[in-house]
Design a protein around this ligand. Structure first.
Ligand code: GRF
Length: 215
């Protein structure tokens, strides 16, 4: 089996990145990590990647100056590492339509809410404020509109009485760490694709990935 090479984009602690790296150690995993790129040189995830011998690239968006300069450096690093897919894992920069178009159908993101609810930041606080009873995370293809690309899979958690943003975030994160590697594996195995702005699953088995729940 030829494994697809994946570039991971991060900005911070990189726990989702680590879950993608862990899953890649399995013999039957359909992907391997080509590189990890951060727009913040102090991102803890860069060190985690380096320790595992993975190419870790720091591209400081402040030094690079413009969104376009950051993206062209990111694109270069992705191509240099022969990445075929891109997984955003806590990458906190808004991307231009040009960059997104280059990776159309090949770039995915994990967002900590059940989209289309709570796009953007502070999702757990907003979920609590809204009083929703279920919350979770969504893995979606990246499209030009922020957090609005075709949804691939969603992980569902119950909102418990007494939850605060931290306890809720922790429960969602545990589901993120299960769902993201599973989706990336299926995408790399050509069992999921983007067609006319919708997610298509090639078989019933792949479709079962689309919902997981914490209990
Ligand atoms: C995760 O909650 C992810 O859903 C969101 O940002 C957070 C990143 O956490 N996009 P980590 O860096 O993967 O630990």
């Amino acid at each position: 089996m030829v494994r697809k090479r994946v570039g991971i984009l991060i900005s911070g602690r990189g726990s989702n990145m680590a879950s993608l790296m862990d899953a890649a150690r399995a013999d039957n995993c359909a992907y391997e990590i080509a590189c990890v790129i951060s727009n913040r040189p102090d991102a803890a995830g860069l060190e985690t990647a380096r320790k595992s011998g993975i190419t870790a690239v720091a591209l400081d968006h402040k030094t690079l100056g413009s969104r376009e300069a950051l993206e062209s450096a990111m694109h270069e690093a992705l191509i240099a590492s022969q990445a075929e897919l891109v997984a955003c894992a806590g990458f906190m920069r808004i991307m231009t339509g040009d960059f997104i178009a280059k990776w159309d159908g090949r770039m995915i993101n994990i967002h900590p809410s059940l989209l289309p609810l709570f796009k953007g930041v502070n999702t757990h606080e907003r979920a609590l404020q809204a009083g929703v009873r279920v919350h979770g995370c969504s893995v979606h293809f990246v499209s030009a509109e922020l957090d609005a690309g075709a949804i691939i899979a969603q992980g569902v958690v119950k909102v418990m009485p007494g939850d605060d943003a931290d306890t809720l975030a922790a429960r969602v994160l545990a589901v993120e760490h299960r769902i993201y590697p599973a989706v990336l594996n299926a995408l790399a195995g050509d069992r999921i694709r983007l067609e006319d702005g919708r997610t298509v699953f090639s078989d019933a088995d792949a479709a079962t990935l689309s919902v997981i729940a914490d209990n």
